[in-house]
Design a protein around this ligand. Structure first.
Ligand SMILES: [Zn+2]
Length: 536
């Protein structure tokens, strides 16, 4: 059955504490949601703030192929005749084909929040819906606090729906505004409404009880055909129903049509894209679309998944645009490593001993606090070392770094590095912006004499993390350094109780990896490692 998808990331989603979009972001996201095949995109509340008003003005220029843009607002104020209500007029002026309005369901809210009688509230609902219908709008009526209102006074809650229905509302959307309704109760209420009303019933849930997706899916099973939610579950307090998970469940578990199987494969990319614009990291453990959603770490799981992915995966990850990942870790059996090497045609190049040794080294490093999943550069170096034992390129004789501070001139850092290559000893001294920079300059100066090509790599990020924080300043630190060239980026990692030593190890690994790559073009190693570490 076709289930209509109504996205409110740009309206309810922006009520989330850490979510903020510029008007440009909102326009870009609307375009992306349209590409994903979403039916309705609620863009904002034009009567409430200038940003949303500007959004609708500029959204008129969007070339949406499928989605209907929707403006959101409330029923008229009690004191205003509907045609003079500024908010309602702003809804018409937003120029969207669809308008969603919320009205009060709960008698408590009618009396306390609005301070009017129950009959007056019914009039607000019916007059506002009728006015919008008379102006040619498709109207989604959001019954605010429907489930709480129904619990308090079912007759009145149903009368508010009736008011909207008789005035011509196209969708009666039942809202669990406070997110406190448990699934079985919600299904009972939805079923009662379904029996009493023809036409499209919708569902809008919040996640305060961690049930928003479950409630939405259950509501569909009880006869709802219009689902509202936010991508990645953004939204006020604990968020709205995660529309991405709702879509995946409806399509893949219940056999309904939302965006269709082809567009469904763009789901993970759309979620990442929106997270990026929200300046939030997509949660790794986000169901269906997160990096870890199909990541296997335990040795038993890995060996089973290699035989048949259905053993530990509830769907084929490709259907939602995600990928299976097999993680490198201290928990892994030998299957993990062999899996990727084999996949990239490298399995046969490692002897049984080399494989065992590689695994032992990985386990040892992880035990020491290395995090290889986040440091594919270091991991790639380990694999290359195993494939090509003895390719050392250089041995470090010594390194030294000192920082002198005092007077008014700030601090000065100088480093000296001496290393040995096959054609003898090389030494360099350099100053830098801090110890790491000075060492980096020295190392490259030494090696540039032997390997003049070694200049293309840029350092893009440097992170230090304390591993055993209960040991205070004597704690071990892990330094993660990110690098990139014109093609891609990668990270190397170093662990020590000395931050300079940890940085130095990550630096030396990065340089050795560069030399490995320069002297042996072996893209299959890089691809195997990328698959391991990033998966998506
Ligand atoms: Zn809401």
């Amino acid at each position: 059955m076709k289930i209509f998808t109504f996205d409110t990331t740009l309206r309810d989603g922006t009520q989330g504490e850490s979510v903020s979009f510029s008007v440009d972001d909102k326009l870009t996201i609307a375009q992306k949601l349209d590409e994903l095949g979403i039916d309705y995109i609620e863009g904002g509340w034009p009567g409430s703030n200038p940003k949303d008003k500007e959004f609708f003005t500029r959204a008129a220029g969007l070339q949406l192929r499928h989605a209907k843009l929707t403006a959101f607002g409330s029923t008229r104020f009690a004191k205003n005749p509907v045609e003079e209500d500024r908010n309602v007029r702003a809804l018409v002026e937003a120029g969207t084909p669809v308008v969603s309005i919320f009205g009060k369901t709960w008698d408590l809210h009618v009396r306390r929040a609005l301070g009017i009688t129950e009959d007056q509230n019914l009039l607000l609902i019916s007059e506002t819906v009728k006015y919008l219908k008379d102006h040619g709008k498709e109207v989604v009526y959001d019954a605010e606090h429907f489930f709480d209102g129904y619990a308090a006074n079912p007759d009145y809650a149903l009368r508010t729906l009736e008011a909207a229905h008789h005035a011509g509302a196209d969708v009666l959307c039942l809202c669990d505004t406070n997110g406190g309704t448990v699934t079985a109760r919600l299904v009972e209420i939805v079923s009662d409404v379904r029996k009493r009303f023809d036409g499209i019933i919708g569902i809008h849930t919040h996640n305060d009880s961690d049930l928003a997706v479950a409630n939405t899916v259950a509501a569909v099973e009880a006869g709802v055909t219009h689902v509202q939610g936010c991508m990645n579950g953004y939204g006020e307090r604990c968020g709205n129903a995660n529309l991405a998970s709702v879509i995946a469940n409806l399509e893949l578990k219940l056999g309904h049509t939302t965006v269709g199987p082809e567009k469904l494969a763009g789901l993970a990319a759309a979620c990442r894209f929106i997270a990026e614009l929200a300046n939030l990291t997509l949660r790794n453990d986000q169901p269906f679309v997160g990096r870890s959603a199909f990541a296997h770490k335990g040795g038993v799981h890995v060996s089973a998944v290699l035989k048949d992915s259905a053993t530990y995966e509830h769907i084929a990850p490709e259907r939602v645009g995600n990928r299976q990942r097999v993680l490198v870790s201290d928990l892994s059996g030998r299957g993990n490593i062999l899996y990727k090497l084999k996949q990239h045609g490298l399995g046969d190049r490692l002897s049984e001993d080399a494989r065992r040794e590689l695994l032992e080294r990985i386990k040892q490093l992880e035990y020491e606090g290395y995090e290889l999943e986040a440091a594919e550069g270091t991991f790639e170096l380990l694999v290359r070392d195993a494939l090509r034992p003895g390719a050392q390129f250089f041995d470090v004789d010594s390194y030294e770094v000192s920082t002198r501070a005092g007077g008014t001139g700030g601090s000065h850092t100088t480093a000296t590095v001496t290393l040995r290559t096959q054609d003898g000893a090389h030494s360099a001294t350099a100053t830098g912006h801090g110890p790491f920079h000075a060492l980096h300059v020295c190392l490259r100066q030494c090696l540039a004499k032997v390997y003049p090509q070694i200049t293309e790599v840029r350092l893009t990020d440097y992170k230090v993390r304390v591993l055993d924080s209960n040991r205070g300043t004597a704690a071990k630190v892990r330094v993660l350094i990110e690098w990139s060239d014109h093609r891609k980026s990668w990270a190397t990692v170093g662990v020590s109780d000395n931050v300079i030593e940890a940085s130095w190890r990550a630096l030396v690994d990065a340089i050795r990896l560069e030399l490995m790559r320069l002297t042996e073009q072996d893209s299959s190693v890089e691809r195997a490692v990328e698959d391991y570490c990033w998966g998506v």
